[in-house]
Design a protein around this ligand. Sequence first.
Ligand SMILES: [Zn+2]
Length: 120
Amino acid sequence: MALVKCPVCRTKMSSLAPVCPKCGFSHDKEAKIDREQADLYRKRRFSQRIYQLKMMSYVAMVIAMIGAIPMLWDYIKGLEQGNNVILLQHWGSYLVAIGFIFYLVIRVAMILTRRNYRSS
Ligand SMILES: [Zn+2]
């Protein structure tokens, strides 16, 4: 008996076990029901991943907002008081940049996750 990794969920399982104890994937290619179960499992993992990425993109937007709101606030106050606030020199612009880059990275991860899921 040897330990092998399940090809679907990567749980270690006995090479003698007919189905994976975690996700139900079957080594037997004839077992149609277990194939369906494996597809369901993959689908669930995919939606979980997309959900996580969506949550992270909200976090990225909040980071950008935490920078942008005081930046604009100081800019408007500067206009009222007649002193010129340079937006790119405001501390908030760092947060806007970080949030924006973070957001782009998450979008790319989402595209790759979708592409992976469709091609497999
Ligand atoms: Zn499995």
